[in-house]
Design a binder for this molecule. Structure first.
Ligand SMILES: *Cc1c(COP(=O)(O)O)cnc(C)c1O
Length: 475
């Protein structure tokens, strides 16, 4: 399997060659040159498999440059009931992503049972093990520099902690994350993890990462890498739980299901799109946004209008607060018949912050073939949905999953099971749970009092040179 760029001007690459990088050299995103097709016989055989064995079957179609036994071992040590142990609602940890039944034909799928209680662990834990394997084989090392407003940074740190040849420098906005999120990141004591709290907002932290990454000489000399949401391996890892959810919600492979996906950067639902392109019987992919509705607007109107940071609101489902969706180019590539010339034209606008409109093009009539529908949710909807789920189903939802359930209930079709992907646990968003329910969210016993642990973080000004010096002194 080789990987091509959505912009068509980079040479095809093998999986391990794009694993450690980000964008293709031409500015595009990597995708498999074609999607492996899953037959009815495959589905019949896979229905019985454990999550790790299923993950091996699926990932081995995309990763053909790691020997089978090695890939099997990497996957087996990643997807264990011990790593994904924080199940709730009676979920069976050995299923890794168990379903919670809300009602007949209505489920949530728990993707947030990993170490940081959010779905980013599903892919990031695999990425940590893949990085370690490939770096060891090549005798190389990497220094990951990232900026986080919460979930991504902690998932990256928990995936990379203690790994050989990997150091993580994670910038976060000083005092802007919740006490729980700060405790999760800053309480780590591993020697390869460095937390830097930047005086300023998330955007200031992000700008520093961009400035460092734009310094090609520095980047090369100090082996600076990233683990952002466009990383192909993250998308690939996420394909697996769509198959698992399908098997758990159906009896036979004749049935169809729909998934509802609380979305921000389009990474999660992009994996669902690929599962469907592979032949998994998915009826609808329901995309749910919060107030930052750039993607809902596209699926309703055909207009994709990236927002400025001033137009992006800070909401109570913060991991979906995006101004543009970094993985969206992957889907549009398929929608326009995989024509890189069209993508270059569309993204010449996006890259300058301008909108494009597909509704007036020949491609728009093909949209229904891809099964996408969308909706949006507001703070009031979120609070009402958290109350509704608690009252009606006795299930406590986090704020992002509540956005998903709100939209799923609007789009549900008779006779088609709907699976809402649960992207985080309510324990991460105490303040909003208190507002909705007047009660504290349930938190895994093991994480009780995490805020009282000693914290390891340096506070710095948003000064690119100072942060470069900090990195240089530690690599
Ligand atoms: C990252 C995140 C999302 C959005 O996922 P995308 O892949 O960016 O669309 C939704 N919910 C939670 C809790 C997240 O951490």
């Amino acid at each position: 399997m080789r990987y091509i760029s959505t912009r068509g001007q980079s040479a095809p690459q093998a999986f391990c060659d794009i694993l450690l990088g980000g964008l293709a050299p031409d500015g595009g995103l990597y995708l498999p040159e074609s999607y492996p097709q899953v037959s009815r016989a495959d589905l019949d055989a896979w229905r019985q498999l454990s999550y790790a064995d299923l993950a091996y079957e699926i990932l081995s179609k995309f990763i053909t440059d790691i020997p089978a036994d090695d890939l099997k071992a990497i996957v087996a040590k990643t997807y264990t009931a011990d790593v994904y142990r924080f199940t709730r609602n009676g979920g069976n940890a050995s299923q890794i992503t168990p379903l919670t039944k809300l009602d007949d034909g209505l489920y949530t799928q728990e993707l947030s049972n990993g170490p940081t209680l959010a779905f980013k662990d599903m892919a990031m834990q695999l990425l940590g093990n893949l990085f370690e394997y490939v770096l060891d084989k090549r005798g190389e090392s990497i220094n990951i520099l990232g900026a986080t407003s919460g979930d991504t940074g902690s998932a990256a740190e928990y995936a990379m902690r203690g790994k050989h040849n990997v150091k993580v420098f994670m910038l976060s906005p000083d005092g802007k994350m919740s006490a729980f999120q700060r405790a999760q990141m800053y309480s780590l004591t591993d020697a390869n993890i460095f937390n830097i709290a930047v005086r300023g907002m998330f955007d200031d932290a992000q700008d520093i990462v961009k400035a460092v990454s734009n310094d090609a000489a520095f980047k090369k000399q100090y082996k600076i890498g990233a683990v952002n949401s466009i990383n192909w391996a993250r998308v690939a890892a996420q394909i697996v739980y769509y198959f698992q959810g399908y098997f758990l919600a159906t009896q036979t492979n004749d049935e169809q299901v729909s998934f509802c996906v609380p979305s921000g950067n389009f990474g999660n639902i992009c994996a669902g799109h690929i599962a469907r392109m592979m032949g998994l019987p998915i009826k609808q992919l329901v995309l749910a946004t919060n107030e930052n509705d750039v993607l809902d607007e596209f699926f309703r109107t055909g207009i994709y209008r990236p927002r400025t940071s001033a137009e992006t609101s800070v909401t109570s489902s913060p991991s979906m607060d995006i101004s543009k969706a970094s993985n969206f180019e992957r889907f549009v590539f398929d929608l326009v018949g995989r024509d890189p010339v069209v993508i270059r034209d569309l993204w010449s606008k996006v890259d300058q912050g301008k909108a494009f409109d597909l509704s007036t093009t020949v491609y728009w009539k093909d949209l229904p073939k891809f099964g996408f529908v969308s909706g949006r949710s507001s703070h009031t909807d979120r609070i009402n949905t958290i109350r509704f789920a608690q009252g009606r189903y006795q299930v406590m939802l986090d704020t992002h999953t509540a956005d998903g359930l709100k939209v799923a209930l609007e789009k549900r079709q008779p006779g088609v099971p709907m699976i809402v992907l649960e992207t985080a646990q309510p324990a991460k968003f105490e303040e909003t749970i208190r507002e909705a329910l007047g009660a504290e969210p349930v938190r895994p016993a093991e994480l009780a009092g995490i805020e009282n642990l000693e914290q390891h973080v340096v506070v710095m000004d948003p000064d690119v040179e100072a942060i470069k010096r900090f990195v240089v002194e530690r690599v």
